[in-house]
Design a protein around this ligand. Structure first.
Ligand code: ADP
Length: 490
């Protein structure tokens, strides 16, 4: 099949979180399975240009309709670690993608609605007619709407859309203006509960809802999260819409790219290792300690890698840092946030622990460093309030770093408690707690730390069980191809 991914992120050139990993990893898997895959991205000024090979203009004068006029764009082509990527660069006063950061501007709705329209216009004008357009999250929610309402009448009547929801917390709420901007117009038609009207704010347009209503198939990133968004407050107002369309909604667990995340061939770590040579993992623990000036003592390292966002359970992370230090562990945190107040709080914490030889807090985004942290730690914490899929626990498992997680979303689908899971022992791979409070995380941490100190052989069994799991893109790749085939039937 010929598949075009349209997304706001793709690792490693444009990555804020898991979305970037998924767009890259899934595309690679689909190609391995014999499909032809292209990725369309905004040409941000903050792309990692050092990771793009052979970047050059491929389409000079693309005029994208926008309000009553049109915006002049250039389209670039380049390879990102073997993937074929197109980058859209608008030349307009708004400077949509020259803002130094990916998200967080007051006009994000306009920026990404424009991007969606530009992607369709590019396909149309360059005579690309993919079998499947796969779009992701609210940023590209209007794409299936415009495909059905505008572009199918211009010669794109056979394209089918798969739409993946990575996080329902952000839905792209906007106003009537966006209808005029994108040429959809007809507010009376689109402000309808069956179409784009936001279920909670009746004067708002909800881009993600548009994607759900108009796409041929809607997926989300784990089976548990699929259930949660349809049956609990995790739907953030969209449960009803999802239930109306339940026949075309499904949960497919994300994978991770074992070419990128693999201790056997990871070039970012001091010593590569496998389950058979697990003792070599220790060299990475030493490297990690040297890097952060932590002392070399008989203690496990617990880590957190992730965005500093309310969703990730920040109060529990802070509580866990204190608890771990008290209970004889070392703690390393790598995180970046977009909320100033939160970032300031963690800077405060960093200053507080500055001279502590057992703790390091690193604020910022650092992909290379994250590899060493996964490899050098013994346990990884993911105490999320909610978690659509979560990749850090999957990476932890692959690196023999035991996950300690809250039982929610994809975490519940991938981590099975050492003591309480009803799976056989050899399938148990971590520690799980339910209650989102200090007592909850303490119960899991106490058990994990106790096991490391008192029953090291059992702890090693958990490590081995985790490393044996296959959370590659192989299974999800199969399921996505089945969905593409299903929606592509004439
Ligand atoms: P989310 O998509 O909610 O951010 P996921 O667990 O799905 O969370 O994906 C997070 C991805 O981003 C992982 O690949 C993780 O290693 C990476 N990541 C998150 N924060 C950082 C950071 N500060 N530095 C480097 N990588 C990070």
């Amino acid at each position: 099949m010929y598949i075009v991914m349209v997304a706001s992120e793709c690792a490693p050139v444009a990555k804020v979180g898991g979305l970037g990993d998924v767009v890259y990893g899934l595309s690679r898997e689909l190609e391995t399975r014999g499909n032809s895959v292209e990725i369309i991205l905004p040409k941000y000024d903050c792309l990692r240009y050092d990771q793009i090979y052979g970047l050059q203009i491929t389409y000079q004068d693309l005029w994208v309709p926008w309000y009553d006029g049109a915006v002049h764009c250039s389209v670039y082509f380049g390879f990102v670690h073997g993937r074929k990527c197109f980058f859209i660069e608008p030349h307009s006063d708004q400077n949509f993608f020259n803002r130094r950061i990916f998200y967080g501007h007051g006009d994000d709705d306009q920026r990404f609605a424009f991007f969606s329209r530009a992607a369709l216009e590019f396909l149309l004008k360059s005579n690309k007619r993919p079998d499947i357009i796969h779009c992701h999250d609210w940023q590209t929610g209007l794409l299936p709407v415009m495909l059905f309402e505008i572009y199918q009448h211009l010669g794109m009547g056979r394209q089918r859309v798969c739409y993946t929801l990575h996080n329902l917390q952000h839905q792209g709420l906007t106003g009537e203006r966006i209808l005029r901007a994108t040429g959809l117009n007809r507010p009376g038609y689109f402000f309808h509960q069956d179409r784009l009207q936001d279920p909670r704010h009746h004067t708002a347009i909800n881009m993600m809802k548009g994607g759900i209503v108009y796409a041929n198939f809607v997926t989300t990133v784990s089976p548990r999260y699929a259930w949660e968004i349809m049956n609990s407050s995790q739907g953030f107002g969209l449960s009803h819409t999802l239930n109306v369309h339940h026949r075309k909604v499904g949960g497919i667990l994300n994978g991770i790219d074992y070419d990128v995340w693999n201790p056997e061939k990871d070039s970012h770590i001091r010593r590569q290792y496998s389950l058979a040579k697990i003792e070599d993992k220790y060299a990475n623990k030493q490297a990690l300690r040297e890097r952060f000036w932590l002392r070399d003592v008989f203690k496990p390292i617990v880590c957190y890698v992730g965005r500093l966002d309310h969703q990730k359970g920040l109060p529990l992370i802070i509580h866990a840092i204190h608890l771990c230090l008290q209970k004889g562990c070392q703690f390393i945190l790598l995180g970046a946030g977009s909320d100033d107040r939160i970032t300031q709080q963690f800077w405060g914490l960093k200053r507080y622990h500055n001279d502590n030889p057992d703790c390091h807090i690193e604020i910022g985004f650092n992909e290379d460093l994250s590899h060493l942290i996964y490899a050098g730690s013994e346990m990884i914490l993911v105490p999320s309030l909610f978690e659509p899929c979560g990749l850090t626990q999957l990476i932890g498992l692959k690196y023999g770093t035991v996950p300690i997680v809250r039982s929610t979303g994809g975490l519940a689908d991938t981590v099975f408690d050492a003591d309480y899971s009803d799976l056989p022992y050899e399938r148990r791979n971590g520690y799980v707690f339910n209650d989102f409070n200090n007592a909850g995380i303490e119960s899991a941490l106490h058990r994990a730390i106790g096991m490391w100190y008192s029953y090291p052989k059992h702890f090693q069994e958990l490590v081995a069980n985790g490393m044996r799991y296959d959370f590659s893109w192989n299974h999800p790749g199969y399921h996505y191809t089945r969905i593409y085939e299903y929606i592509h039937q004439p």
